[in-house]
Design a binder for this molecule. Structure first.
Ligand SMILES: NC(=O)c1ccc[n+]([C@@H]2O[C@H](COP(=O)([O-])OP(=O)(O)OC[C@H]3O[C@@H](n4cnc5c(N)ncnc54)[C@H](O)[C@@H]3O)[C@@H](O)[C@H]2O)c1
Ligand SMILES: O=C(O)CC[C@@H](O)C(=O)O
Length: 528
């Protein structure tokens, strides 16, 4: 049998030697196809290997009736419709480590070029202007670099910046005080970072949560004269807001490798002398291109020869016989993870999942991974699945433990998730009620009965007469319909909670008003 592989973006020839060496493969390299031509060409191929140019859309996937694996020679999988690939049973693999170094070096090159106005000076010189006055720069030494997104590349950039004797402050939802100390950086919230940084560099994926993370409001809290870098993904910085911030003088320099639309169509930012740019070259080194091509080629060969891969982004790997028994709990596990993550405004350090009842006699590792997927997807987005969730959690320094007991205190099965953060331990427990679907039955030490779906509000309050009525009245005035409400309390007159299920998400202003009501201690929206 021949395995047909289409490579549709330029890949290092040295990097694809694992493919060239494999028996029974037919490699076709066609790197100049239009989307329409690719759609006409794709059918019949077993594997598609791309970089960031090829858009692997649902339409393309639907035309690829033989496709089994998509290889992304790089990190970001935002050019691949993962949902469609998963839906069609196509494994997506990437090369998460191969270009980390090059991307970090490019970021440093951009910071230094921007700080010393090297591209601008070269441009003038090339136009035969010997101008030594217009290009006075700033030193990096003793300046503060703010790193937003402290994963592989963010950490490598920080290490290099420290070599330039910069102070580094970072924000990442997975960064704990302990890890920050170990890595020799300060840490704080995004606001903390933006407020104190002389240079800001972003290294997050592009997700719903990170789209326009650096916007008008973010620029407003930055120091006057801040310099900003984006070598991660276009769209993390709002380009219109950046334009205005540079124009107003708030931002003294911007260095961009990536853009909201690529290839670039709006060149307005480049009219500004403070802006320097490269056309998405962060990973464009011989070393990185060879390394990502080797990694992805090896996974494609491994899939073809053994059916296994190393860097899966979406592979569901649940043994069939286990799957059948535990499948009904998949959704509940994931929702418990998301529920607790929304509830907790702190970095998870340890996660314990307790399985009580019949589940204690089964291999529940896929459920734990699904719970982690629910937990991590808030910050890592689509790249998390039940295959890579545990790996990603470990990579973030989260210690994950499973515990089992056959005693389940009145429930056939009970799953309790406990998350430890620097602020303490929070927990939620859920079960499947016979014929009535999933329920969250305990939040911390309060007994509840909540369907884990839709929009929920978790309200902490003092157990006093009239509080529940005031909450209902205010939400009514704000046109928020309450579908269900649960109340739990520790002791009469003590701390209490309300769990409300509402028909649509409450506006921020409504939540603020709710939080300001007498006897209310706090309000947390949860969206499942
Ligand atoms: N310019 C290029 O050519 C190039 C090359 C390689 C990678 N990249 C891009 O760089 C980015 C980072 O890559 P990586 O390998 O370091 O990924 P990574 O997954 O190791 O790190 C990303 C980090 O961002 C954090 N994050 C998620 N949401 C956040 C938020 N709201 N605020 C702050 N942090 C948040 C995650 O917790 C994670 O630690 C990706 O977008 C990738 O596609 C670009
Ligand atoms: O393919 C490229 O050159 C860019 C890759 C880079 O953006 C990535 O996310 O790995």
């Amino acid at each position: 049998m021949t395995f047909h592989i289409l490579i549709s973006d330029p890949l290092s020839e040295d990097g694809i030697y694992p493919l060239r060496q494999a028996n029974g493969v037919n490699i076709v390299m066609e790197t100049n196809l239009t989307p329409e031509q690719l759609a006409d060409r794709i059918d019949g191929f077993d594997a598609l290997i791309v970089r960031s140019q090829t858009q692997v859309t649902r339409e393309l996937i639907e035309k690829a009736s033989n496709l089994k694996i998509i290889g992304r020679a790089g990190v970001g999988v935002d050019n691949i419709d993962l949902e469609a690939a998963t839906e069609y049973g196509i494994i997506v693999v990437n090369a998460p480590d191969g270009n980390t170094n090059s991307a970090a070096e490019h970021t440093m090159a951009m910071i230094m070029s921007m700080a010393r106005k090297i591209p601008q000076a070269f441009h003038a010189l090339r136009n035969q202007q010997w101008d030594r006055k217009s290009f006075v720069g700033v030193e990096l030494k003793n300046k503060t670099l703010g790193v937003v997104g402290f994963g592989r590349i963010g950490q490598e950039v920080a290490a290099r910046a420290k070599g330039q004797r910069m102070n580094v402050i970072a924000y990442d939802p997975f960064l704990t005080a302990e890890r920050a100390e170990k890595l020799g950086v300060d840490f704080g919230s995004v606001e903390d970072v933006l407020k104190v940084a002389d240079f800001v560099t972003v290294h997050t994926p592009l997700l719903k949560e990170t789209k326009h993370l650096i916007n008008k409001q973010a620029f407003e809290i930055m120091k006057d004269g801040v310099q900003i870098v984006n070598c991660a993904r276009g769209g993390i910085i709002d380009e219109n807001a950046l334009y205005d911030a540079v124009k107003s003088g708030k931002v003294a320099g911007a260095a961009l490798d990536v853009f909201e639309q690529e290839p670039m169509v709006d060149f307005r930012l480049l009219d500004l002398p403070e802006v320097i740019a490269t056309p998405h070259l962060g990973a464009s080194t011989f070393e990185a291109q060879e390394s990502v091509a080797v990694d992805v080629s090896m996974d494609v060969v491994s899939y073809f020869t053994t059916g296994t891969v190393r860097n899966s982004v979406n592979l569901p790997s649940v043994p069939k016989e286990i799957m059948k028994k535990i499948e009904p709990y998949f959704d509940l596990s994931e929702r418990l993870g998301t529920f607790l993550t929304d509830l907790i405004d702190a970095t998870a350090e340890e996660v314990t999942v307790r399985y009580a009842g019949e589940l204690a006699n089964m291999d529940v590792r896929p459920l734990t991974r699904n719970m982690l997927k629910g937990m991590l997807k808030r910050h890592l987005g689509k790249q998390v699945n039940n295959v890579n969730a545990l790996y990603l959690a470990n990579q973030k320094g989260i210690v994950v433990t499973e515990q089992k007991t056959t005693e389940s205190k009145g429930f056939t099965n009970l799953i309790t998730v406990e998350i430890k953060t620097a602020e303490g331990i929070r927990k939620a427990a859920g079960t499947l009620l016979n014929g009535q679907g999933a329920r969250i039955v305990k939040v911390d030490d309060y007994l509840v009965d909540v369907v884990p779906e839709g929009h929920l509000l978790y309200v902490r309050h003092n157990d006093r007469p009239g509080v529940i009525g005031r909450v209902g009245t205010l939400l009514g005035q704000e046109n928020v319909n309450i579908a269900t409400m649960q109340v739990g309390r520790s002791i009469v007159g003590g701390d209490a909670i309300m769990m409300l299920s509402i028909d649509k998400p409450a506006e921020t202003s409504s939540l603020e008003q709710l939080g300001n009501l007498e006897e209310i201690q706090g309000v947390t929206p949860i969206n499942l």
